[in-house]
Design a protein around this ligand. Structure first.
Ligand code: SF4
Ligand code: ZN
Length: 371
């Protein structure tokens, strides 16, 4: 049976049915509709005011690639300027290749790029060093907990470095729905309330953050990259298989099979929770060590680094964090911990990086702390 004609232009052959609406569109009309929807999200939510200097969190993966491409197309209409900010977590065999993809994109799109690294920002700690420090503790899954907190801080530092007024990240609707499920499963009401909505307004001196793709499904993000012929990095982080997010993702797939609207339903549920007065998190204060936003004496990043520097990395996670106060002051210099060690095993490689069938997940945890 021949493909129907595009429901928008009426002339070209339809190349896809939109997952959400079932509308048959050609590739060109689909991309135009996708960009118009992102524009609407930004304008309706007043996310990026005219004149904003926007730091785009760039990982080289599909979401940040699509976000940077769409915002670059919309920048003249929005009257914003863009600066790519990439974070080098120090993950051998994974991040180097992803950063190479970001560098190619920056050169191709003529966008300025700044790379900040965990090692420089956090006293020599890389994710590989954190993984070695937590290995054998029975809590190796905590890698992504450390990484998520540190990355949020690193992106903030990078954005300030380039004089940005706003930060945008590429989280899509599926990422958001997974985060909602994870926070429910952990019983974390505060995070559930904070993670909903379009972003954060920049409380406590932090830069405002938003997620312009937060209503776009993962399928449509991949379709947009396909029809715009965008090249992105699609290998999975070596630590991703350990992440709790994988379970939330599997659960979401089951829910979506039974109820196709499950992803957006979860996203909207979180938005409503974020608006509910009773769900408002306690008014944040400032970290006594670095001055960043914190709901306790130390912000999450300082608490995690404190635990790492004491050789007690798990103290800073969950209930163990309470124990930090009883510990003697840190005496080991941070640089002592990240001793060189054999590189972790290479990540699973995908034979067809930019094929629609390729694994399109690069980082398993980006959103769970509202990065
Ligand atoms: Fe960091 Fe993402 Fe890798 Fe977890 S999966 S360690 S959050 S890059
Ligand atoms: Zn068309």
């Amino acid at each position: 049976m021949p493909a129907p004609t595009c429901a928008s232009c009426g002339s070209a052959r339809a190349a896809l049915r939109r997952p959400r609406s079932g509308q048959a569109l050609c590739g060109s009309c689909f991309c135009a509709a996708f960009e118009a929807e992102v524009l609407h999200t930004v304008l309706a939510g007043r996310l990026l005011p005219p004149g904003a200097v926007v730091a785009v969190g760039a990982s080289g993966g599909k979401d940040s690639t699509v976000l940077a491409h769409v915002l670059r197309a919309l920048a003249p209409r929005l009257d914003i300027s863009l600066h790519l900010v990439a974070v080098d977590e120090g993950i051998s065999g994974y991040r180097d290749a992803a950063l190479a993809a970001v560098r190619r994109q920056a050169a191709l799109w003529e966008l300025p790029l700044t790379v900040v690294s965990y090692a420089d920002l956090f006293g020599g700690w890389t994710m590989d060093a954190v993984a070695r420090s937590t290995a054998g503790s029975g809590r190796s899954r905590s890698c992504c907990t450390f990484c998520g907190v540190l990355r949020r801080r690193a992106l903030e530092e990078g954005a300030r470095l380039v004089g940005a007024t706003h930060i945008v990240t590429g989280h899509n609707a599926d990422d958001m729905a997974e985060t909602v499920l994870m926070n429910f499963l952990r019983g974390d009401a505060g995070r559930l309330a904070r993670a909903g909505g379009l972003g954060s307004a920049g409380e406590g001196g932090a830069l405002p953050r938003c997620r312009p793709l937060h209503l776009a499904s993962q399928k449509e993000v991949v379709l947009y990259a396909h029809f715009r012929r965008l090249h992105y990095f699609s290998e999975e982080c070596v630590y991703a298989p350990e992440a709790f997010r994988g379970h939330a993702r599997d659960l979401l797939k089951l829910l979506e099979a039974a109820r196709p609207s499950a992803v957006l339903d979860l996203v909207h549920s979180a938005e409503r929770l974020a608006l509910a007065p009773a769900a408002k998190p306690p008014r944040p204060g400032a970290c006594s060590r670095c001055g960043a936003l914190a709901s306790r004496e130390l912000c999450q990043a300082c608490a995690l680094l404190d635990g790492l520097n004491r050789g007690r990395p798990l103290l800073a996670i969950g209930k163990g964090r309470r124990g930090l106060r009883e510990e003697p002051p840190a005496c080991a210099p941070p640089a002592a911990a990240p001793t060189p060690a054999p590189a972790p095993p290479p990540p699973t490689t995908c034979a067809q990086q930019n094929d629609l069938r390729s694994r399109s997940v690069t980082c398993a945890y980006q959103t769970s702390i509202g990065m």
